[in-house]
Ligand binder design. Structure first.
Ligand code: MLT
Length: 313
């Protein structure tokens, strides 16, 4: 390493704007953060590391990084970072909490519409030379009830978009006041009510010990028959085995999934079901979101390495 230049390690593909925003003062290096051995070797020299969601920065990675001062998550969720271990090691953790919220909300709506209208199996059948109109009769969103689970930044954007489709929007979020929900036209309910009343449901929670398995076999059994469920938040919040059973026996009509309990994932049994439309964790994968996330964390890294105050967002 050049003696006078801090090393910024980019451990996942980030927008070109990220490197530009870092400026000329750092030695920028790249590695594949999903390759554990490569990460542990490369992080040894790093003053800052930039990641998306495929790189685990846990106690082991932190221990391998004696010079590290900042972990920058170019996105929202911090479930791949051990924030506590970082804090104990004196390492600052920054993220870009608003960078990709519109993109995530738009993908959730896309999955909901796709699941309601069988876009994915109809497309696959058509490619196979089958013109089957009757087989793919769907349902409208209009005048249906959608339950938004988690009314944070992304949940609110989803609620507003689905309200524009003429849906009745209810939400479950124990951390949100009813008055705040009402401001965005949403009625807050408990989870049991949401399950009983929703024709559609979309999950927008972070992955924490409290939310893992929140929607399990009992919740899916209590859901309205014919529910269409979307999860573009984190895999495992909806229990995958229970969801597989409910989708197989038709109790849950369809699901739109962008996330899996283990990623990458190409062999989940859920992917074998016709009533599942799935994408490989693409919620934040738009030009706009990646540009915003990269810029935001690059600016935070510049400030942090200069010892200056890093604003919240
Ligand atoms: C997030 O939490 O921001 C996303 O999952 C984004 C990503 O994978 O980059």
């Amino acid at each position: 390493r050049a003696a006078d230049r801090a090393v910024v390690l980019i451990a996942e593909e980030l927008s070109p704007a990220t490197v530009e925003a870092l400026g000329p003062d750092f030695e920028v290096r790249h590695c594949d953060g999903a390759d554990r051995a490569a990460l542990l070797a490369a992080i040894a020299d790093a003053d800052a590391v930039l990641v998306r969601s495929a790189t685990r920065i846990d106690a082991e990675a932190l221990a391998a990084a004696p010079r590290l001062r900042v972990v920058a998550r170019a996105g929202v969720g911090l479930d791949n970072i051990d924030v506590r271990a970082a804090t104990m090691a004196g390492v600052m953790v920054v993220n870009a909490p608003t960078s990709n919220i519109v993109s995530a909300a738009e993908l959730a709506v896309a999955l909901m519409l796709a699941a309601a209208r069988h876009v994915s199996p109809a497309h696959a059948a058509l490619r196979d030379g089958e013109w089957k109109r009757a087989r793919y009769t769907g349902i409208e969103l209009y005048e249906k009830t959608v339950g938004v689970v988690g009314l944070g930044r992304i949940g609110v954007l989803v609620a507003q978009r689905l309200a524009a489709f003429g849906m009745n929007v209810i939400a479950y979020d124990p951390y949100v006041q009813a008055g705040r929900a009402a401001q965005v036209g949403v009625r807050l309910v408990d989870l049991a009510t949401l399950l009983a009343e929703s024709d559609f449901m979309s999950v927008h929670l972070p992955k924490t010990p409290e939310t893992i398995g929140l929607i399990g076999a009992a919740e899916l059994a209590a859901a309205r028959p014919g529910l269409v469920l979307v999860n573009a938040a984190r895999g495992g919040i909806v229990d995958e085995a229970a969801l597989y059973d409910a989708l197989s026996n038709g109790r849950i009509a369809a699901a739109g999934l962008d996330v899996f309990a283990t990623e990458p994932n190409t062999d989940s049994p859920l992917l074998t079901l016709e009533n599942v439309v799935a994408t490989p964790h693409l919620g934040a994968s738009t030009q706009e979101a990646q540009e915003k996330a990269g810029l935001s964390v690059a600016r935070s890294v510049v400030l942090a390495l200069a010892g200056e105050l890093v604003p919240d967002a």
